[in-house]
Design a protein around this ligand. Structure first.
Ligand SMILES: [Zn+2]
Length: 574
């Protein structure tokens, strides 16, 4: 074992830890602690000791070691993200790098003394040497286990490997060359690019030795790939209903009960709530499952073309009809016809549809011949169809025929328990589609997904997650910014003061903001701008910058969507 010391003899020094401490938020009233976007736990050393003891006895020493190396590894990946976010732009690479050891100390795991640190990203050179004082893993050993004949600071070592590799973008490995846990005078680690260690391949095995985790990940991604593959052949994956909430299961149950009958089903629900998926479910659960499923979005077809789309056209029926072709009804023969946005049908199309349903036969536009059709109708609307019937825009006789079995599809905000499930589903799908493997959602991103009002329902969720996967990319967490395009840290809560005691976040960070605000107010007063004009300008700008998205604008203004909606409408801006 060789020991190198820094050539210039200067010990690296930590940058001021204040910027990191400010990322630590205690929300005692809500039972939460946050570090950046990650929710943290404050747990007893004794608990960790009992856990480690049990893992060693369950898995054996060798696998337990790998297990804890990986546990630390995961933590290191997350901290490297935080380090780059907080300090990546503003500090030298060495100072930014020292965030990791600082975070390790902040967490109370160990006191890290940097002995040597050489980073040259251009040449891919790295050499790091650190002493660990008061390692919690040594403390655990002293309590529970008899002395081992090898180093014991596993989790910390895994952390160092992951943190350095992720931070520097090249594989770095560490060895604990001395450890108090095996009777040495101190704990000391050395880190170098993996290929500079002779046994680097063997060591890397620790991070994938336990077949369970990697194999599960591997299987998961293979399943997602296969599902996608199968879906391409069968077109089914997009139609798989997903959810466990009572509201969703209730609707699904109603669909399944009606599926085998021939009764027309009318699906009611907001845009994007998954009505087509439910229509397809009715088709699949019916005796017509082997037949075709044909979907028509009535709102997407120009009114003067809807009849020829639905019923087909005979050659020469009108200029341009140079060839006869079948309509959607004929193509759905023996299967199910899904009429989405039913309320948008023109009066003529309504009349033709009613005739087709009554006589079970259709005539193509411009044709003489009747075609018998055997089609099960599932219709859907997001508007209030009854209202349209009352003011004469929708035929009552057609409405009552189609409204035989109405099913209400709940909006996403009424099935919040399904959000995680749906989010994971779309995540797997888009990871497979874009060939990336993210670290999943940050805790805060998931929390925001759960509270978002979802005016666009599942379609909106799907779009956000696609965006999140693209923005996060390989090996990163999908954070709130990637999903919603902004990154507000909760302004409430408490932070650690310089002395380590809890103080109000506003007291700590509000000083500068207060000064800025005062300056802004002064210039507004000097400019003779009225409060009313100021409010209007502020609302207008927030609304415009949010791309006319009221929810997003409301988040920026720190107000509820309803409150902003009210103000915009009051001013005639919406
Ligand atoms: Zn040690």
């Amino acid at each position: 074992m060789t020991t190198s010391t820094p050539s210039d003899g200067v010990t690296p020094r930590y940058p001021d830890s204040r910027d990191i401490l400010e990322k630590l938020r205690f929300l005692p009233d809500e039972g939460q602690i946050w570090l950046g976007e990650q929710r943290m736990l404050l747990m007893q050393l004794q608990t960790m000791a009992a856990f480690r003891h049990e893992i060693i006895h369950t898995l054996g020493l060798k696998r337990a070691k790998s297990f804890f190396l990986r546990l630390g590894y995961h933590s290191g990946l997350k901290d490297a993200e935080l380090a780059r976010a907080v300090r990546g732009q503003e500090m030298s690479v060495e100072d930014g790098f020292l965030t990791g050891p600082q975070l390790h100390s902040l967490r109370g795991l160990v006191k890290v003394i940097p002995l040597a640190l050489e980073i040259d990203p251009g040449r891919g050179h790295f050499y790091g040497e650190f002493e660990w004082q008061d390692s919690y893993e040594v403390a655990i050993i002293e309590q529970l286990e008899s002395a081992l004949d090898e180093p014991v600071c596993w989790m910390q070592l895994g952390y160092a490997c992951a943190y350095s590799s992720q931070f520097l973008g090249q594989e770095i490995q560490y060895r604990e060359v001395e450890c108090r846990g095996r009777g040495d005078a101190r704990c000391r680690i050395i880190g170098k690019p993996a290929h500079e260690w002779e046994d680097h391949a063997t060591f890397a095995e620790h991070f994938r030795e336990d077949p369970l985790i990697d194999e599960l990940y591997e299987l998961q991604s293979r399943i997602a790939y296969l599902e996608d593959d199968i879906a391409r052949h069968k077109g089914d994956e997009h139609y798989r209903p997903i959810g466990q909430s009572p509201a969703f299961l209730g609707a699904l149950d109603l669909i399944d009960r009606a599926a085998r009958s021939e009764v027309p089903i009318l699906l009611l629900g907001e845009t994007g709530s998954g009505k087509e998926i439910m229509a397809h479910r009715a088709h699949q659960q019916s005796d017509r499952a082997e037949g075709p499923f044909v979907a028509v979005n009535c709102a997407a077809i120009p009114p003067d073309l809807i009849e020829s789309e639905l019923f087909g056209v005979e050659k020469g029926a009108y200029t341009g009809a140079v060839q006869s072709r079948a309509g959607r009804f004929e193509r759905a023969h023996g299967g199910t016809l899904f009429l989405d946005e039913l309320a948008e049908l023109s009066p003529r199309a309504q009349a033709a549809l009613l005739r087709a349903l009554q006589e079970k036969q259709i005539e193509r536009v411009g044709g003489q011949q009747s075609y018998a059709i055997d089609v099960r109708i599932v219709a859907a609307t997001h508007g209030d169809l009854m209202e349209r019937v009352q003011d004469g825009r929708f035929r009552a006789d057609l409405f009552y025929r189609l409204n035989a079995y109405p099913v209400m599809i709940p909006p996403l905000r009424e099935r919040r328990d399904d959000i995680r499930l749906l989010a994971e589903h779309f995540l797997a799908r888009f990871e497979c589609h874009y060939h990336v493997k993210t670290l999943g959602f940050s805790d805060q991103a998931m929390a925001m997904l759960r509270v978002h009002p979802w005016p666009g329902n599942i379609r909106e969720l799907q779009n956000l997650i696609e965006r999140g996967v693209i923005l996060a990319g390989d090996g990163n967490s999908i954070n709130e910014q990637a999903l919603f395009g902004q990154q507000p840290l909760p302004a409430r809560g408490q932070v650690l003061g310089p002395g380590g005691q809890l103080t109000s976040a506003l007291d700590e960070t509000g000083g500068e903001a207060t000064t800025r605000l005062a300056a802004l107010c002064q210039s507004i007063l000097d400019g003779g701008i009225s409060l009313d004009a100021l409010e209007e300008a502020l609302l207008e700008q927030a609304y415009r910058e949010a791309g006319s998205n009221v929810s997003a604008a409301a988040r920026r203004l720190g107000m509820s969507r309803a409150a902003l909606d009210y103000r915009l409408k009051k001013r005639g801006m919406l």
